[in-house]
Design a protein around this ligand. Structure first.
Ligand SMILES: O=C(O)C(=O)C[C@]1(C(=O)O)C=C[C@@H](O)C=C1
Length: 170
């Protein structure tokens, strides 16, 4: 069974390079069926995100890019493995923070602890730098998970400490 992903991807304006038809714009301002020959505008000025489908068909139709397509295929396997691991780790993180939320609600603590957050910011910045990751990415990650954790803490507290209020709790 495949998941229904309709509505999850942002309705960005997209020029597809995958066919030779003349482009048009649909009701959501999505550029559809744009011509490969259309004059490409820099994304920074046009505000239009381009998309290229990179698959076996692309390699077949453009043999000169077959090597790049094969290398990208291998890298995408690595990327998929990492994404799967990250999702599993995030699930474990939210299970742990949900338990913290129950304990905080029971003890009457506020959802947030800024002193703990300061420690986390400093620690993740250091780890990111050591790992060769842009510290801004580490901070975006931290901000996302901690903000979501606090929302869940609040929902648990509003439900009198019942974690059953969360759609997922293990
Ligand atoms: O450690 C806590 O006190 C938590 O509630 C967990 C957590 C987090 O997600 O790491 C969430 C909110 C706090 O402000 C700090 C950290």
């Amino acid at each position: 069974m495949s998941a229904d992903i309709s509505g999850w991807r942002k309705p960005v304006r997209t020029i597809t390079e995958d066919n030779d038809q003349t482009g048009s714009v649909d009701a959501n301002n999505v550029v559809i069926d744009a011509a490969e020959t259309a004059e490409p505008q820099p994304e920074s000025t046009s505000g239009i995100e381009r998309s290229s489908t990179i698959d076996a068909q692309a390699a077949k139709e453009h043999p000169e890019v077959a090597d790049a397509v094969a290398k990208i295929k291998g890298l995408r396997q690595t990327i998929d493995n990492i994404d799967g691991a990250v999702i599993h780790l995030l699930a474990e993180r939210f299970k742990a923070t949900s338990q913290v939320g129950v304990l905080k609600a029971g003890a009457g603590f506020a959802p947030a602890d800024y002193k703990r957050e300061d420690y986390q910011i400093e620690r993740l910045q250091r780890i990111a730098k050591d790992a060769g990751l842009d510290p801004n990415i580490a901070e975006m990650y931290r901000e996302f998970v901690v903000t979501e954790a606090k929302k869940r803490h609040k929902r648990i507290a509003d439900a009198g400490g019942d974690p059953g209020v969360l759609d997922v709790f293990a």
